[in-house]
Design a binder for this molecule. Structure first.
Ligand SMILES: NC(=O)c1ccc[n+]([C@@H]2O[C@H](COP(=O)([O-])OP(=O)(O)OC[C@H]3O[C@@H](n4cnc5c(N)ncnc54)[C@H](OP(=O)(O)O)[C@@H]3O)[C@@H](O)[C@H]2O)c1
Ligand SMILES: *[C@@H]1O[C@H](CO)[C@@H](O)[C@H](O)[C@H]1NC(C)=O
Length: 316
């Protein structure tokens, strides 16, 4: 009797979890079969996590894929995996460290020299903590926003030549608790809490940047989209403090989606036909969403652009 009850209990729990999983955790799947034959995709931080899963899908669609990663060994091992799993040999590693403007500039120069096309740029790499970049800025802000701002700027002319082309910016729902405080956003911080706040700020910057970029790209047939991938079991949480791990890891394992599911909205924004009219907007679960009102403030977006131009050394 007790055994039967226990069994029924387990069955009920599994059933509830399955409901939860398919309705809330897994997320929507990108269903189009758009071919990317003849197109070139550049993805930052494609060596692991959401970026690697995105790169694999786009490689299966026949694109030439450049993984821009900071570590050669990890980058080349991802290239090997993606070639093997997709059967596409046009997957290449190129070195890019977003913590340094010098590296961004060197990367862009060598990319423009070796690659005649750029059809899809996916600004995916991101960090959730860290203090100071080699340029003296808040590391999280520089990697997640400033360096991608510079990178996109340096590659935009090539994207215009290849239009219709797209920029996909991997942002986050964490923008909701972000703030743009122009006096402090770029300053290095210490500690996990301040680091997390910097993360939220940088993800808000991603969404505002995408809005302003869309304005500036009007009429060029280059479009751009901000993405929330969902809560994803990636390497993103590798730096959380030891005392949080026993609590966090089971939650992550149960309630976060895997990287294939986490990549779906990036893939959607890179490939779905007919979304061009939504350039500058924010997507989650392969659908248009409205981010919080402070992420739709065009005056702040414009000022952030100008401040970013100065910080990235594009104007004095
Ligand atoms: N995971 C989530 O729940 C979640 C939720 C919302 C948004 N996001 C966003 O999704 C994006 C991808 O994150 P993920 O979850 O896939 O995390 P991940 O597994 O940690 O992957 C992050 C990628 O960024 C790269 N990267 C970090 N610093 C870099 C630098 N200085 N230069 C070049 N590349 C650098 C990493 O390279 P290394 O391997 O060398 O470190 C890695 O390839 C991020 O923008 C993140 O903000 C994630
Ligand atoms: C944009 O695309 C449309 C439709 O294909 C085309 O007619 C137009 O000339 C393109 N504009 C530019 C600037 O490439």
């Amino acid at each position: 009797m007790a055994a039967a009850e226990a069994l029924a209990g387990v069955a009920l729990a599994l059933g509830l979890y399955a409901l939860l999983y398919y309705n809330f955790i897994k997320g929507a799947t990108c269903k189009n079969e758009t071919s990317l034959r003849g197109k070139t995709v550049l993805i930052t931080g494609g060596n692991t996590g959401i970026g690697k899963a995105t790169a694999l899908d786009l490689a299966r669609r026949g694109a030439r894929i450049i993984l821009a990663c900071r570590d050669r060994r990890r980058g080349e091992s991802a290239v090997y995996d993606i070639r093997r799993e997709s059967g596409n040999n046009e997957v290449l590693f190129m070195s890019l460290d977003l913590a340094s403007f010098k590296s961004v500039r060197a990367f862009a120069a060598s990319f423009l020299k070796s690659e005649p096309r750029l059809d899809i740029l996916i600004n995916n790499a991101g960090v959730g903590s860290g203090s100071r970049s080699s340029d003296g800025f808040n590391l999280v802000f520089q990697v997640n926003h400033l360096s991608h701002f510079l990178l996109t700027h340096l590659l935009l002319e090539r994207m215009k030549q290849c239009a219709p082309s797209r920029v996909v910016v991997v942002a986050s729902k964490a923008h909701q608790t972000g703030k743009i405080d122009f006096q402090n956003i770029h300053k290095p911080v210490g500690g996990h809490l301040a680091g997390f706040q910097s993360y939220c700020n940088s993800k808000l910057a991603n969404i505002l940047y995408t809005r302003e970029l869309a304005n500036r790209l009007e009429g060029t047939n280059v479009t751009c989209y901000a993405v929330h991938p969902g809560l994803v079991k990636s390497d993103f949480f590798r730096h959380i403090s030891v005392w949080l791990k026993p609590l966090f890891l089971p939650i992550c394992w149960l309630f976060f989606r895997d990287t294939t599911n986490g990549a779906q909205t990036s893939i959607y924004c890179a490939t779905e036909e007919g979304i061009e009219k939504y350039s500058g907007r924010y997507f989650a679960n392969c659908r248009l969403h409205d981010p919080k009102p402070h992420a739709r403030d065009d005056a702040v977006a414009k000022k952030l652009w100008e401040v970013s131009e100065r910080m990235a050394g594009l104007v004095n």
